[in-house]
Design a binder for this molecule. Structure first.
Ligand SMILES: *[C@@H]1O[C@H](CO)[C@@H](O)[C@H](O)[C@H]1NC(C)=O
Ligand SMILES: *[C@@H]1O[C@H](CO)[C@@H](O)[C@H](O)[C@H]1NC(C)=O
Ligand SMILES: *[C@@H]1O[C@H](CO)[C@@H](O)[C@H](O)[C@H]1NC(C)=O
Ligand SMILES: *[C@@H]1O[C@H](CO)[C@@H](O)[C@H](O)[C@H]1NC(C)=O
Ligand SMILES: *[C@@H]1O[C@H](CO)[C@@H](O)[C@H](O)[C@H]1NC(C)=O
Length: 366
């Protein structure tokens, strides 16, 4: 009897040893995050491309990280907080030289990018969503070489794909010389944005992606930068811009429900960025803010000119004393404090009107 037990233990030891040497098995709770989109998520890719959409100078980064990393905020971004909650390392920007380990994922987001390749192409030359997908294919290849096809496929299917896209597509039509709304109806234009996003999601699904996290588009007309684009601005939000965001958000919800029906195993969380921002604009003190109309850093009306740091043509700018009192750090981006509040809700809120059908914590463990 003792002998049999000994043999069983020996057998178990051998098989687990063989498993260890035969695959690069990652621990059960290993979290992989692939990040796509715009400046809401860009942790520094634009530092490595020829663009003026960069934030790698002071006062960006002044609050939490103590150096200007390229994040458009005084503090951390939403994916940074999410990585913290998931007990994973901060996700590195894909273009940062010298990254060899992609098993924790990587960040492809690029400030200025939209779902449409034309968005900011001439003005900022960001890495558009399609190019971000090509970069992802390169990472997929490297993971297959490192882990083998089966293990790489397993990693890609357990990974979470976070995507923040659309706001830039919906700001461009309100630039003074834009002809977008003469060329397309609002419905057509939103249809193109959602169409291109859907194509991206389907390609990621084809490569094994199953778990997705989205932000819908915030109440665009209340952002200082966008308020300034209103020719007749009288201090209130620019409702015509908000209307495009609302149309997008309705179409996005429908598109995601449709994808869930079409694609077996497709699961997602869609964070209601729109109501998140609305809530804080309507009741700032409830959330610990006391300035929601004006940005902390910038110049002009509402500090709505994107001149924070003085490196983008306009050298003069104002900087508030305490970014934690503000929702907007610069004319177009949230403070680290607001980002943290958003990430917390996206991670663990149980109200489907806040984030649904799953929250990220549940999604990761599914
Ligand atoms: C960067 O872009 C600017 C403006 O589009 C262009 O004039 C310049 O030549 C580019 N620089 C490099 C190094 O490609
Ligand atoms: C708009 O067009 C005018 C005339 O063609 C040009 O001078 C101006 O620079 C343009 N403005 C922008 C923001 O592109
Ligand atoms: C994607 O966007 C382009 C414009 O950049 C548009 O012509 C095309 O129809 C869109 N694709 C889909 C599937 O909507
Ligand atoms: C200010 O603009 C808003 C939105 O366009 C409008 O509803 C409101 O009547 C305007 N107020 C004044 C005083 O013009
Ligand atoms: C979610 O929003 C809808 C429509 O605004 C509302 O009817 C419903 O009560 C809300 N649900 C929760 C749980 O707050």
């Amino acid at each position: 009897m003792a002998n049999l037990r000994f043999h069983i233990i020996l057998f178990l030891l051998c098989t687990s040893f063989l498993t260890l040497i035969s695959c690069h098995c990652l621990p059960e709770n290993h979290v992989t995050l692939f990040i796509f989109g715009d400046s809401i998520f860009d942790s520094g890719n634009n530092n490595y491309i020829n663009t003026t959409a960069q934030a790698n100078y002071q006062p960006y980064g002044e609050t939490y990280i103590k150096y200007p990393s390229g994040r458009f905020s005084d503090g951390l971004l939403i994916p940074d907080f999410i990585a913290e909650y998931a007990k994973a390392p901060y996700v590195l920007p894909y273009l940062q030289p010298g990254i060899h380990d992609f098993t924790y994922g990587v960040n492809f987001a690029s400030s200025g990018a939209g779902a449409l390749v034309e968005t900011h192409r001439e003005l900022l030359h960001p890495i558009d969503l399609t190019t971000q997908l090509r970069f992802f294919e390169d990472v997929e290849k490297q993971l297959m070489q490192k882990l083998g096809d089966a293990e790489a496929k397993s990693l890609l299917s357990k990974a979470v794909y976070l995507i923040s896209i659309g706001r830039n597509d919906y700001v461009v039509p309100f630039y003074p010389n834009s002809t977008v709304l003469q060329t397309y109806s609002k419905e057509e234009y939103v249809g193109m944005v959602i169409g291109n996003l859907t194509v991206t999601i389907k390609e990621l699904y084809e490569k094994g992606g199953r778990k997705f996290g989205f932000l819908n588009v915030e109440r665009l007309g209340c952002i200082p930068f966008v308020k300034r684009l209103d020719q007749r601005s009288n201090g209130s939000c620019f409702e015509e811009a908000t209307a495009l965001a609302e149309l997008h958000n309705r179409e996005l919800s429908l598109a995601l429900q449709e994808l869930e029906r079409q694609l077996k195993g497709f699961k997602y969380t869609n964070f209601n960025f729109y109501s998140f921002l609305s809530e804080r604009i309507n009741n700032p003190s409830k959330y610990g803010f006391n300035e929601v109309k004006m940005a902390c850093c910038g110049s002009g009306q509402y500090r709505g000119i994107l001149s924070c740091g003085g490196r983008r043509g306009v050298t003069d700018y104002e900087l508030c004393e305490n970014p934690n009192e503000y929702v907007f750090f610069d004319a177009y981006h949230l403070t680290g404090k607001a980002n943290k509040q958003l990430a917390e809700l996206m991670w663990s809120a149980t109200d489907p009107n806040v984030t649904g059908p799953h929250n990220l914590r549940t999604l990761i463990n599914l």
